[in-house]
Design a protein around this ligand. Structure first.
Ligand SMILES: Cc1cc2nc3c(=O)[nH]c(=O)nc-3n(C[C@H](O)[C@H](O)[C@H](O)COP(=O)(O)OP(=O)(O)OC[C@H]3O[C@@H](n4cnc5c(N)ncnc54)[C@H](O)[C@@H]3O)c2cc1C
Length: 402
């Protein structure tokens, strides 16, 4: 049986960064992924901040497009924010994960694809982990000192894929990768476009992101209090078709790929972070932001913080992962709670007039304050948004009452 210092289950952004950083420090890592390759689960839109590249020392080859503009449209109007320089990127999610896995392998560690985590048992402080090769009955077992749950919202290892928490914010996103004529592409290139309101997606939002030449990502996502309550009459496809017909305005659309996934965020991030030598990272501990469902860079950061603590545990500098939990909670904690509140107010607002006023409130924002709100979740920008929105609602009420 092969022995490892660390086995990481799940080769998403969290698992990939954790594996890359641990293997770079000389640890013997096994990174396991249930998909047969990264084409098979290319589910994420990949929007992120520009500085993510620098923070994680990533090459430009993992980027699908650089963006200088943000557009937000409600059911009735639209507003565009521009910058002279790129302010955001759209990752090519497949290339990002391929890069992280390749780096892990180049650092001398092992990769195992098409292998699904089955369970673990502990013997004298050593963890024995079982995987099933997909399409076969073959079970392989490996030994490790530390086991990392990087299975995303599935939370397969530490929470045993337990049913989602009662207070989870669950969101499903479905996206098409489409090829369009050059002139259509040009009008969407360099722009992250978001659509809110009943016309585009009740209790959610829609988006169009650019990728490399002539390719766009067109997606819709819904968010609902729990899986039992899905108060939606029309299908995802209905809204995707509406978005494409309203915004791309061409019949010459080729759908190259369709993908999607359901994410679950546990309210106040009340997830299990660790148990003895097992630690959970990324969406398995709700690093995804509940307002935007932007999770790549937060997942990668948790992978990095975890790698640091795993190294300390293996060097006997710490006795458990409590410090990791504290560090993670400190990083997102209150900001994520504010985002939960904004989620309730924005996506669950059924009245399009109020959604229009929300866009009206945002119009007073500069690009910088907008980014503070949607990418950095700064309290100051949330307060500014609420103040402007409340002002506009009062004004509208006064106008109505004559
Ligand atoms: C439609 C959609 C659009 C999104 N758009 C954006 C965006 O624009 N920007 C952004 O930042 N975030 C976006 N997100 C969120 C983002 O993709 C996630 O937050 C991020 O991928 C989380 O990373 P992770 O590594 O924690 O989990 P994941 O990326 O989910 O990776 C978990 C991995 O574990 C593997 N796995 C699961 N179970 C097992 C098992 N039993 N055995 C072995 N392997 C297993 C999975 O196959 C997967 O590869 C989007 C999500 C969706 C659904």
């Amino acid at each position: 049986m092969k022995k490892y210092d660390v086995i990481i289950v799940g080769a998403g952004p969290a698992g990939g960064v954790c594996a890359r950083e641990l293997s770079a420090t000389g640890r013997k890592v096994l990174l396991v992924e249930k998909a047969k390759d990264f084409f098979a689960n290319d589910f994420s839109s990949g929007g992120s901040t520009l500085e993510t590249l620098k923070t994680f020392d990533l090459p430009e080859s993992v980027v699908g497009a650089f963006c200088k503009q943000v557009r937000i449209s409600s059911s009735e109007e639209s507003h565009l924010w521009r910058s002279a320089d790129p302010i955001a990127i759209v990752f090519d999610f497949r290339k990002l994960r391929t890069f992280l896995a390749d780096e892990t392998s180049n650092n001398g560690s092992d990769l195992l694809f098409a292998s699904s985590y089955q369970g673990y048992e502990t013997q004298d402080g050593i963890i024995l982990v079982s995987f099933k090769k997909s399409g076969t009955r073959t079970i392989e077992q490996f030994q490790t000192k530390v086991l990392v749950d990087a299975t995303g919202s599935e939370r397969k290892v530490l929470s045993h894929g337990a049913p989602r928490h009662q207070n989870a914010i669950v969101g499903t996103g479905i996206e098409f990768l489409v090829e369009v004529p050059e002139e259509v592409y040009r009008s969407h290139a360099e722009c992250l476009s978001f659509f809110i309101g009943q016309r585009w997606m009740p209790q959610g939002y829609a988006w169009i992101f650019p990728m490399e030449a002539n390719r766009l990502k067109v997606g819709v996502g819904r968010n609902y209090p729990n899986e039992q309550v899905v108060p939606h009459q029309k299908s995802f496809r209905f809204y995707l078709d509406r978005l494409m017909s309203a915004c791309l305005q061409t019949d010459a659309i080729t759908i190259l790929d369709q993908h999607g996934k359901t994410l679950s965020y546990t309210s106040h991030q009340r997830d299990r972070y660790f148990d003895k030598n097992i630690i959970a990272i990324g969406d398995a501990v709700s690093t995804v932001n509940p307002l935007t469902f932007e999770g790549i860079r937060h997942a990668m950061m948790s992978g990095r913080v975890a790698a640091l603590h795993v190294n300390n545990l293996l060097d006997n500098k710490i006795v458990n992962f409590q410090g990791y939990k504290v560090a993670m909670r400190r990083m997102s904690g209150f900001k994520w709670i504010v985002s939960e509140q904004l989620t309730q107010n924005i996506y669950r607002e059924a009245d399009d007039q109020k959604v229009n006023l929300m866009l009206g409130a945002l119009k007073s924002f500069t690009m910088e304050t907008l980014l503070d709100l949607v990418f950095y979740y700064r309290l100051k920008s949330a307060v500014k948004f609420y103040a402007a929105y409340t002002g506009l609602r009062l004004k509208a009420a006064l106008t109505r009452s004559g």
